[in-house]
Design a protein around this ligand. Structure first.
Ligand code: FES
Ligand code: FES
Length: 218
């Protein structure tokens, strides 16, 4: 076993992990962060995408020990103070999800894309998301959502300090649909891959069970 110290969604954790443990397994099974999901386990689908030191990575393709000393952000840390991130809000408003299984990874990848390119063309969005597979939506509304989020985020960036209105307006947000927020989607039986088969910690499992985290507010 190897001890790692890692910050996840702003919280510091120190845990013993096996050298072979994947980052996605550590997030889900040790920390209970099941908002990050496993779709293929072979770095094809992008469902497990998180940010490592601000850059998107497929967390099934990174060992937990490689995150030692680094900063990880997941879909669960995107909303702040109960306010959806503009990308989450746009996915909600543009109906950019159906089953929602690809959504956490898609949103994390889209956020990374906009960091590099705040005003991408449709083609650039499609190319930027080509590592994230969605088998429900046909991608059309996903592209629309990224365009809407990009526009909202550019407006926020241009607004005078303290005057930015959150994307979606100043009113309280509607309840977060499955997949857009932190809890992750409900997975129908047979939804594919290793989802909910117990080997990777099912999304409906007890989030506290099995956790050896020694996390503390940073
Ligand atoms: Fe990581 Fe599919 S689960 S890319
Ligand atoms: Fe993308 Fe179902 S909404 S896989």
């Amino acid at each position: 076993m190897t001890r790692i110290n890692v910050t996840v969604d702003g919280v510091s954790y120190s845990d013993e992990v096996e050298p072979r443990t994947l980052l996605v397994q550590y997030l889900r099974e040790t920390l209970g962060k099941t908002g990050t999901v496993i779709g293929c386990d072979t770095s094809n689908c992008g469902a497990c995408t998180v940010h490592l030191d601000g850059t998107s990575v497929k967390s099934c393709n990174v060992l937990a020990v490689q995150a030692d000393g680094h900063d990880v952000s997941t879909i669960e840390g995107l909303a702040t103070e109960g306010q959806l991130h503009p990308m989450q809000q746009a996915f909600h408003e543009c109906h950019a999800l159906q089953c929602g299984y690809c959504t956490p990874g898609m949103i994390m990848q889209a956020c990374d894309l906009l960091k590099e390119n705040p005003d991408p063309s449709e083609q650039e969005i499609r190319e930027g998301l080509e590592g994230n597979l969605c088998r429900c939506t046909g991608y059309h509304n996903i592209v629309k959502a990224v365009q809407q989020a990009a526009s909202a985020m550019r407006e926020d960036a241009q607004a005078p300090a303290g005057s930015a209105v959150p994307a979606g307006g100043p009113e309280a947000p509607e309840p977060v649909p499955a997949g857009v927020g932190a809890a992750g989607p409900d997975i129908p039986p047979g939804a594919g891959g290793r989802v909910g088969d117990g080997s990777s910690g099912g999304p409906s499992g007890d989030l506290s069970s099995g956790s050896s985290s020694e996390g503390a507010r940073a």
